[in-house]
Design a protein around this ligand. Structure first.
Ligand code: C2E
Ligand code: CA
Ligand code: CA
Ligand code: CA
Length: 278
């Protein structure tokens, strides 16, 4: 594989070649992964800090690869995006997450929404809204229980993004701005975008106990969200200390290993649903 060098020269890296070969292997495997039922959706519960009530789950895809074991989306989503397989995978994750949530609702589980990550490729797909409507109809999940997670980088063309977001709003799904604070979105657009929630990126949380700048940024995002009447959730909470700082600053919606890592659907039921109701 050739990589751009410092002064514009290309240099050759044997390590990257190995990487390339691995990716080629993964790519052809990935094509078969869906039909072979190797993809799985895990769910990470989100909590209201004071009441310990579960307020939602984020759907996070995994690939149970026959020889390599459980692969994280960081490994295969980029390949899916390069090859266009992301459309098929993204649609599958959406319908699987909606199906599971409807099943939980029907079986007496908590009436909470599921958040699904959209890749920028999906977001700009012309028939995005159409197939989300179709999935909602097929699974019979009420639209307010589907939250779509998008990132600031998808908002580069504000006119286009606003019209997509307005269409999604019209069908009744919720929109959350993921990894908030890491992109370059102009704050002036925040009030124009029809979004419901800001999700504070984990990178501001990791050192929040020691780093005053991170703490200041997080406090500012929370207060801005309040002024704009947006919900706000923090992700990547791992310690009690981090949790306390968030709640002291008035952010009460929490996602992170401190409460729970992402779990299979049956683990979610076993761990968090009231016994005998499912
Ligand atoms: P993300 O949307 O920012 O998801 C949060 C990631 O942080 C997840 O990694 C989750 O397991 C991890 N995480 C949660 N709590 C903690 C914590 O307390 N500490 C730490 N260190 N990590 C935590 P995961 O599942 O490996 O997903 C990585 C990324 O892959 C996601 O980042 C998302 O961008 C992407 N992804 C996952 N599922 C999908 C999908 O269905 N479609 C698309 N397009 N992207 C997906
Ligand atoms: Ca996310
Ligand atoms: Ca995130
Ligand atoms: Ca992230």
């Amino acid at each position: 594989v050739k990589k751009q060098g410092k002064n514009g020269h290309q240099f050759y890296s044997p390590d990257l070649d190995v990487q390339l070969l691995e990716n080629i292997g993964l790519e052809s495997d990935l094509r078969k992964a869906i039909e072979r039922n190797e993809l799985v959706v895990y769910y990470q519960p989100q909590f209201h800090a004071q009441s310990n009530r579960m307020i939602g789950v984020e759907a996070l895809v995994r690939w149970n690869h026959p020889t390599r074991g459980m692969l994280s989306p960081g490994v295969f989503i980029p390949i899916a995006e390069e090859t266009g397989l992301i459309y098929e995978i993204g649609t599958w994750v959406l319908s699987e997450a909606c199906r599971q949530m409807k099943k939980w609702h029907d079986e007496g589980g908590p009436l909470i929404p599921v958040s699904v990550n959209l890749s920028s490729h999906q977001f700009h797909q012309p028939n995005l809204v159409e197939y989300i409507v179709k999935i909602l109809e097929e699974t019979k999940l009420e639209p307010q229980y589907l939250e779509l997670e998008i990132t600031e980088s998808m908002m580069m063309d504000p006119a286009v993004s606003i019209s997509i977001l307005e269409e999604l709003n019209k069908i009744g799904t919720r929109i959350s701005l993921d990894d908030f604070g890491t992109g370059y979105s102009s704050l002036s657009y925040l009030k124009k975008f029809p979004i419901h929630k800001l999700k504070i990126d984990r990178s501001f949380i990791t050192d929040i106990s020691e780093n005053h700048n991170d703490k200041a940024i997080v406090a500012t995002i929370i207060s801005m969200a309040q002024h704009l009447k947006l919900d706000v959730i923090a992700e990547g909470i791992e310690t009690k200390d981090q949790l306390d700082i968030l709640t002291e600053n008035d952010c009460h919606e929490i996602q992170g290993y401190y409460f729970s890592s992402p779990l299979s659907a049956s683990e979610v039921e076993k761990t968090f649903f009231v016994p005998n109701r499912l």
